[in-house]
Design a protein around this ligand. Sequence first.
Ligand code: ATP
Ligand code: MG
Length: 427
Amino acid sequence: MGTIQAIRGTRDILPSEIGYWQQVEAIASQILNRALYQEIRTPIFEETALFKRGIGEATDVVGKEMYTFEDRGDRSLTLRPEGTAGLVRSFIEHNLFAAGGVQRLWYKGPMFRYERPQAGRQRQFHQIGVEILGSADPRADGEAIALATDILKALGLKNLTLDLNSVGNGEDRQNYREALINYLTPYKAELDPDSQERLTRNPLRILDSKDKRTKEITLNAPSILDYLGEASRRHFEVVQQLLTDLEIPYQLNPRLVRGLDYYTHTAFEIQSEDLGAQATVCGGGRYDGLTSQLGGPETPAVGWAIGMERLILLLQQLQPAPQVTPDFYLISKGQKAEVQSLILAQKLRQAGFIVELDLSGSAFGKQFKRADRSKAIACLVLGEAEAETETIKLKWMTSKEESTLTQGELFSQLGELREQLNRHKLS
Ligand code: ATP
Ligand code: MG
């Protein structure tokens, strides 16, 4: 019988790489906590209608990429392809708007899209995202973008570029739509089949096409920036000025429309030169219409999502996976010593030390070798003699200094032990 393997497009995140994930999550939550963002966790599956209504039926995500199924009660459910729709559903359902003012929320977790798996593109992937709900102020756009760049910077990433655009409001897009259709119609036969179909239904989506010839054609398409009304233009100008004042470099990209229909005004993407074809690490923008479209009150909003897998591909190029190494490696031999070693390990752990307990019962030499490999700062050794006298041998791994102390002393001198440990860590 063949063994069962993980589903195509999914990946196990193994202990050897989990350090990257924990590092990203720790840094993101620290930076977001400082700005008073609150974490929200919504279900992984939702009613299919939520995504159809929220993201838009003409998008790739809804049209081609969703994991949709019927449950045993004949309901159509979908594994969430992104985080915003579910978050906004929850915001409406729990009247979070009733608190008034601005809600700053963040989330992390798996998302699901039926795409062709390749480097940086999976069918189950993970995002960290933020949403600011209830503010139309361009400073909210500025804050959102600044937080994304701060997180990427804190992780040590370089060679990133920020692409910026405005897709205006509904009226601006209506005007632009016409101009775009007029420009594209003569090229209709040369467009990829999806884009041909979208020409009248949703021509903006064509700017997001990944097809080579379609991309060439759209290169000279009219720019949406020339179709922004006065208010949209003003908003966009302020956002740009804020980014300049925040010293965040950006480039205008009038073809940046993003893959989801709910965006209004600001749209942005952060790309890396070091990722190959799947270059976008972070995508986001303003979506003033989504909350009302889903049946809630008018709520201007802005947010983004970072793709964790792509971020971690970049971190892997920079550094090995962060790993926890023990302060103490506990070695024991003989029945009494082995029991004491567990008790001592627990007491040291309760006191805040990181302790690895060797459970092998093998010869001291073998246990020492493992202690070396564990990169512990010190070994604590319990043989039969130590067990009888309730003493313990302390051996510092780098200096090879050794001393024997009573087990009582070990715990009465914890402060000193901690200091010694720190000294050896530094040396
Ligand atoms: P792309 O153009 O690469 O398909 P997208 O516009 O569909 O991206 P968004 O919906 O904006 O992506 O999602 C935000 C981020 O999530 C992306 O910039 C990317 O980093 C990540 N992401 C999206 N889809 C995938 C996927 N299938 N596998 C891995 N990461 C993904
Ligand atoms: Mg996509």
